[in-house]
Design a protein around this ligand. Structure first.
Ligand code: V47
Ligand code: SF4
Length: 368
């Protein structure tokens, strides 16, 4: 009999059945096996495997947080080809003052536990400006968790201040920074980065910043921008580097696949991935990244219905209530023009998927 023949009992190829056995036993899959899942995995099969990993890690719980964003500016020294948000492509241009941002904080939900602050890399802003912003936010709302500055922003700010990553992060931490978001990772492959974001931080810098943060007790997330000009091998290579770093530090809270949205940017000619591809991507991420506790379905980017469906493909975290405070995805064509969810809407969406909603803090501890 041929080596990769169909097993009559399961209907699976031998290679797929072997991977399934590994995943169900909690064993790690290899990059080659990850690639095979991307190339040959049928959606129902991938969903079942991803679900077994999610169930092992989170049971029936689906997490969310009361949060909002601040995007200080969209004026950017970079010109990433997939970006619709920066002043190079957006019809709007903004650069808020610290006072304006403090006013935003005052107006936001008093029960919000987290503010996510990230934006473009403005040529005139420095590390002292952000340190001042963070400390003033903490004066206003001492208990709020500040998740701020992607590794790309940290790279720029620390270099400008002639600090190394540890010095820069220590200074920001002492000013109120609590954790760092996962942005700027895109695909951690420099030849590919040269094509889609040529002036952005290197893969090495992104990984070093996260590693340094983790060693200082600052946790973070990791994103992956997929569905543009990358291949499945690029995606696996990206996730392998995240998995390897997580083995060393255990500092990543969540992995966040970000589907490329083609509205109004230099890659607008690229056709967006379809729904099955998006679900395949969530599932393979959940199966491959066995050491990352949470997989986030970022609904302002995907829309609520797709986020709900992703709960059957490994996702156990729906980010948060957002409160109409981010523009990154609406400017790129997301159906969520003014993303906002009430707590009851969020909980209903999770219950409809037969899961248990759990309000969390930024460190994924249940609250409320
Ligand atoms: O790095 C920009 C992506 C990221 C587009 O850590 C695009 O909790 C798709 O990192 N199509 C920034 N994606 C956002 C980000 C993030 C979002 C939500 C939660 C967290 C977290 C982090 O947005 C960028 C880039 O990968 N992005 N333009 C676009 N047209
Ligand atoms: Fe600037 Fe970020 Fe847009 Fe790149 S993705 S151009 S760094 S705002």
């Amino acid at each position: 009999m041929e080596n990769n023949s169909i097993d009559l009992l399961t209907g699976l190829k031998k290679s797929s059945r072997q991977i399934a056995e590994k995943v169900i036993c909690g064993d790690r899959i290899t990059p080659e096996e990850g690639l095979l899942l991307f190339e040959e995995g049928e959606p129902g099969f991938l969903g079942m495997l991803a679900d077994s990993v999610r169930q092992r890690l989170s049971g029936d719980q689906v997490f969310y947080i009361r949060n909002f964003h601040i995007e200080p500016t969209n004026i950017c020294v970079n010109k990433c080809r997939f970006c619709s948000y920066s002043h190079h492509f957006s019809p709007k241009k903004w650069n808020y003052s610290v006072d304006e941002m403090l006013e935003m904080v005052k107006k936001q939900d008093p029960e919000a536990r987290e503010v996510h602050i990230t934006g473009a890399v403005h040529p005139d802003k420095d590390i002292y400006y952000f340190a001042g912003l963070f400390s003033k936010i903490k004066e206003l709302r001492p208990s709020i968790h500040i998740k701020a500055l992607s590794a790309v922003e940290i790279d720029y700010l620390t270099k400008k201040a002639k600090m190394n990553f540890q010095q820069g992060l220590k200074f920001l931490q002492s000013s109120g920074l609590d954790s760092i978001p996962g942005g700027g990772a895109e695909i951690l492959d420099d030849p590919l980065r040269d094509k889609i974001c040529p002036t952005k931080s290197t893969s090495k810098a992104w990984l070093e910043i996260h590693e340094t943060a983790h060693r200082m007790g600052i946790t973070s997330n990791a994103t992956m921008l997929y569905g543009h000009i990358e291949s499945y091998s690029h995606r696996i290579g990206h996730m392998l580097q995240i998995r390897d770093l997580q083995d060393k530090t255990r500092g990543f809270n969540a992995f966040i696949p970000l589907k490329f949205k083609s509205g109004n940017n230099e890659l607008s000619g690229v056709r967006e991935t379809n729904l099955l591809e998006d679900m395949r991507n969530y599932a393979v991420a959940r199966i491959f990244l066995d050491n990352i506790p949470h997989l986030k379905g970022y609904w302002p980017a995907t829309g609520k219905a797709i986020a709900q469906l992703s709960l059957s493909f490994g996702v156990d975290d729906l980010d948060g209530t957002i409160s109409d405070s981010t523009r990154i995805y609406s400017l790129a064509g997301s159906i969520e023009r003014n993303p906002s969810m009430t707590v009851s809407e969020m909980e209903e969406l999770i219950r409809q998927a037969k899961r248990v909603p759990v309000e969390r803090n930024s460190l994924y501890q249940p609250v409320g």
